[in-house]
Write a protein that binds this ligand. Structure first.
Ligand code: ATP
Length: 221
């Protein structure tokens, strides 16, 4: 069994995340992709405007109709700052037989050297870097690896990136959907229609709970 672990703030989860999850699952032969909303993302300064439980609920609503995707409460339940290394350890213990692939959009990958204990991540899972509009794709990923991850990852004769422990890193092109959670929050703040950016149940949840209506609001759990 091979699983994907897709971390993020998901504030809110949107169609860009969902298509990326499905297409990565199909490209990599993953039986399931776990969407893991962070409790507090150490590298996102505003901490999000929906609470962890609300972001988890939106992730659950979003994936309910897709057998490839599942929402995981692991980081919300763990509380505190969410570190990917802890989450990968959790899945290693929970599903020891499964091959783990950590999914990350290229924009987020390009900051990975700022994450706590980032070196350890390349021992805990394979990596799949997903294309994202407004980034320059595989060439940008390769230049970044050479600049910031030199010594951690190297290329074999077949052109694959490997860590010292044999974990693989690959680039997965996904349908370019130039959607961001920031843009959705701003639209919701202005009471603009967010149809077709998020699944309908997520749109309804945002409206019913009046999420993102106050720019200064930072909800707590
Ligand atoms: P924000 O605008 O609040 O920064 P976001 O839309 O980038 O949010 P995150 O929750 O930060 O969403 O993203 C979680 C993961 O999904 C990251 O790895 C990110 O690179 C990836 N991702 C986000 N949006 C897309 C998209 N449209 N296409 C592909 N990957 C995406």
């Amino acid at each position: 069994m091979k699983i994907g672990i897709f971390g993020g703030t998901f504030d809110p989860v949107h169609l860009g995340h969902l298509r990326a999850g499905v297409e990565a699952a199909e490209a990599l032969g993953l039986s399931r992709v776990y969407f893991v909303p962070s409790h507090t993302a150490p590298h996102k300064k505003d901490g999000g405007r929906a609470s962890g439980l609300q972001r988890l609920e939106m992730a659950r609503l979003a994936v309910a109709s897709c057998r490839l995707l599942e929402a995981s409460a692991v980081e919300i339940e763990r509380g505190g700052k969410s570190f990917t290394a802890d989450t990968l350890e959790y899945f290693k213990n929970k599903l020891p037989e499964a091959e783990r692939v950590f999914l990350v959009g290229l924009d987020a990958f390009l900051e990975i050297h700022t994450w706590k204990n980032f070196e350890s991540l390349f021992f805990l899972a394979d990596f799949a870097v997903l294309s994202r509009p407004q980034t320059r794709g595989q060439a940008q990923m390769q230049a970044y690896i050479q600049e910031h991850l030199n010594g951690l990852l190297s290329r074999n004769d077949a052109g694959q990136w490997l860590s010292a422990s044999g974990q693989r890193l690959c680039f997965v092109p996904v349908t370019g959907m130039d959607i961001s959670a920031t843009d959705i929050r701003q639209r919701a703040l202005k009471s603009l229609d967010i149809s077709f950016l998020v699944p309908d149940p997520v749109k309804n949840y945002i409206e019913q709970n009046r999420l993102y209506k106050n720019e200064k609001e930072t909800a707590s759990l």
